[in-house]
Design a protein around this ligand. Structure first.
Ligand code: PEP
Length: 263
C-alpha cells in the first residue's frame, strides 16, 4: 500500500503585509477556514510571512490555538556570528516555525543563490529541526533548451547529495515562467516534472523517502486551477504566491477537495 502524503497548501507572502497586517490576515484566514469546516488533518495549511511578522503570527497562532502552520521565506547557512542581516535557523525554530522556504527563484535570481548555497541552507534548516521547502524550477529559456525536467531535477540532485535518507523535506516545483505570470503550467506538465523529481529522490535516497516526500506545484495557482493539479498522482499540494494574499482565494485553494472531480 502506498504512503499517504498529507497535502500542503503553502502561502508565500513574499515582501507583503507588515506585522499588524499579518495579524488581521491570519485572523481572517482562520475564520474563513473555520466557517468552511476545514479539516487541517486532511489538508495542512501554512503561511510564510516576512521575518518581521513571524513573532506576531506565532503569538496569534499559539494564543488562539489555530491549526495553521507558519514558516519563513529564507534562512542563513550559518548558525550565528558576524553575518549582518542574516537570520539563523535557530531563531526560526525559537519562533516555532515548522517550515522554511529555500531556493525560491527570486532568491536564485536576485541574490545569486547557487544550487550549492541552496543545499547548504537545506542542511542548516534540518540542523535546526525545520522542514525545508526546497524550490526548483526551470526558466522559459531552460525549457526551450533542455525540456521540462532536466533543470529542476539537476537542481534537486545537488540538495539530495547533501541530505540523509531520513531527512524530512518538501520539494516545490515552480517553473519560473509560471511564477506571477498568470500562465500556470498545465496539470500534465506539473505531473511530468513532479514524477521526475520523485524518481530522482527514489534513485538517491530510496523508495521510502520518495514515497513520503511531498512535492508541491507552484506558479499562478488559483482557486480555479488547483483541482487540476491536485488530481495528479505526484502533486501533493501547492506553493502559492499572489493568491495567498487574498483570504477568500487562499482559503478556497486550501479547500481544493471541494473542487477535485469537478475538472
Ligand atoms: C511563488 O512565488 O512562489 C509563486 C508561486 O507565485 P505566484 O503564485 O504568484 O505565481
Amino acid at each position: 500500500m502506498g504512503v499517504a502524503r498529507t497535502p500542503l497548501i503553502a502561502g508565500n507572502w513574499k515582501m507583503n503585509l507588515d506585522h499588524l497586517q499579518s495579524i488581521a490576515f491570519v485572523q481572517k484566514l482562520a475564520w474563513a477556514l473555520r466557517d468552511a469546516k476545514h479539516s487541517f488533518s486532511d489538508v495542512e495549511v501554512a503561511v510564510f510571512p516576512p521575518f518581521t511578522d513571524l513573532r506576531s503570527v506565532q503569538t496569534l497562532i499559539a494564543a488562539d490555538k489555530l491549526e495553521l502552520g507558519h514558516g519563513a521565506q529564507d534562512l542563513s547557512v550559518h548558525d550565528s556570528g558576524a553575518y549582518t542581516g542574516e537570520i539563523s535557523g535557530a531563531f526560526l525554530s525559537a519562533l516555532a516555525c515548522r517550515y522554511v522556504i529555500i531556493g525560491h527563484s527570486e532568491r536564485r535570481q536576485y541574490h545569486h543563490e547557487s544550487d550549492e548555497v541552496v543545499a547548504q541552507k537545506t542542511v542548516a534548516a534540518l540542523r535546526h529541526g525545520l522542514v525545508p521547502v526546497v524550490c526548483v524550477g526551470e526558466t522559459a529559456e531552460d525549457l526551450e533548451a533542455h525540456g521540462p525536467s532536466a533543470v529542476p531535477v539537476a537542481q534537486l540532485q545537488v540538495v539530495l547529495d547533501a541530505i540523509s535518507v531520513d531527512a524530512d523535506v518538501v520539494v516545490a516545483y515552480e517553473p519560473v515562467w509560471a511564477i506571477g505570470s498568470g500562465q500556470a503550467a498545465t496539470p500534465e506538465q506539473a505531473q511530468q516534472v513532479c514524477a521526475a523529481l520523485r524518481a530522482a529522490i527514489a534513485e538517491k535516497l530510496g523508495e521510502d523517502a520518495a514515497a513520503r516526500t511531498r512535492i508541491l506545484y507552484g506558479g499562478s495557482v488559483k482557486s480555479g486551477n488547483i483541482a487540476g493539479f491536485m488530481n495528479q498522482k505526484d502533486v501533493d499540494g501547492a506553493l502559492v504566491g499572489g493568491a495567498s494574499l487574498d483570504v477568500d482565494e487562499f482559503s478556497a485553494i486550501a479547500r481544493f477537495r471541494q473542487h477535485v472531480g469537478t475538472v
